[in-house]
Design a protein around this ligand. Structure first.
Ligand code: FAD
Length: 307
């Protein structure tokens, strides 16, 4: 028999933990399921300087604080990779790799993952110069040289943002032209702090064991190798929504991002989505938390209306 809850929250990042807090504080029984430790992407973040209430806090510390808050009204945290959600109208069935659970409402908060280059140094210098988020980490590179990898909207938008902070931004792109919108390209080409290195792939991220010192690149037309000195490397070669298990529900766009209205409702009654997994502009802790509150209150209203 599947264990029953009022609400199952899938993903215990900042969004999911906030939904669990709101729903359990409204006296609903709540299970938060995660395939790893609670905290989500915050666990991969060294220092967070843009979460209100803290001038600076370590990601794992903020995760722990949020977890304690989110479980204080009885929400449970359980380990498991969710493999499917079945919508049976009055109830939803959630299957993990080892268990089944039933709930009246579901909040999907499974986040997204940055595509990786897969080169040496990328993992070992993560949080020590390698970043996937200029808004998060740009301030650590004031008056320093940085490399941006990619040629799409995110790479060029974030590269232009970084040029306000860094002394120099070098955009390394594997093609001979950008894919970004023309207006973003025009802005970047007009910015004398931004240089472009075309037809070039990143071979390795270099460092001195403590932090990044540069990037080894190779021209894919001439095979010429060179090293670009940099303290930071920002990688923007795409992000992937964590929605493979929910595609059957028909709640995503063609790229897999979940579509909701401003109440965080998907088109399936009783299934909500919040945080980075949604189609939206700004993927941050603050936005995930805000949406978590909206969905946590939303599931309460939804369940009240079932009575
Ligand atoms: P996530 O935090 O991604 O959590 C999703 C959770 O869902 C994860 O725990 C995952 O294990 C779980 N999950 C996924 N699929 C399944 C499944 N099938 N079954 C069970 N569980 C599943 N934001 C800021 O505001 N400030 C910063 O300084 C900052 N720095 C960052 C630095 C880095 C390196 C990165 C990667 C991100 C940073 N961000 C920062 C962005 C911020 O971390 C995210 O916007 C935020 O964590 C999104 O929250 P979320 O709850 O939507 O998802």
């Amino acid at each position: 028999m599947a264990k029953e809850y009022d609400v199952i929250v899938i993903g215990a990042g900042p969004g999911g933990m906030t939904s669990a807090l709101y729903a359990s504080r409204a006296n609903l029984s709540v299970l938060m399921l995660d395939r790893g430790i609670y905290g989500g992407q915050m666990n991969n973040t060294a220092e967070i300087e843009n979460y209100p209430g803290y001038s600076s806090i370590l990601g794992p510390d903020l995760s722990q604080n949020m977890y304690e808050g989110s479980t204080q009204f009885g929400a449970e945290y359980g380990y498991g990779t969710v493999e499917s959600i079945e919508d049976h109208g009055a109830y939803k069935l959630v299957k993990t790799d080892s268990d089944s659970y039933q709930a009246k409402a579901i909040v999907i908060a499974t986040g997204s993952e940055y595509k990786k280059l897969g080169v040496d140094g990328e993992e070992s210098y993560g949080g020590r110069g390698v970043s996937y988020c200029a808004v998060c980490d740009g301030a650590f590179f004031k008056n320093r040289e940085v490399v941006v990898v990619g040629g799409g909207d995110s790479a060029i938008e974030e590269g232009t943002y970084l040029a306000k902070l860094a002394s120099k931004v070098t955009v390394v792109h594997r093609r001979d032209q950008l894919r970004a919108q023309k207006i973003l390209q025009d802005r970047a080409f007009a910015n004398d702090k931004i240089d472009f290195v075309w037809n070039t792939n990143v071979e390795e991220i270099l460092g001195d064991d403590m932090k990044v010192t540069g990037v080894k690149v190779v021209n894919n037309q001439t095979n010429e190798e060179k090293v670009i000195d940099a303290s930071g490397v920002f990688i923007y070669i795409g992000i992937l929504p964590m929605t493979e298990s929910f595609r059957n529900l028909g709640i995503t766009d063609d790229d897999g991002w979940i579509l909701t209205n401003d109440k965080m409702e998907t088109k399936v009654p009783g299934i909500y989505a919040i945080g980075d997994v949604r189609k939206k502009e700004l993927r941050q802790i603050t936005t995930a938390v805000g949406e978590g509150g909206i969905a946590g209150q939303g599931v309460f209203n939804f369940i009240e209306n079932l009575k």
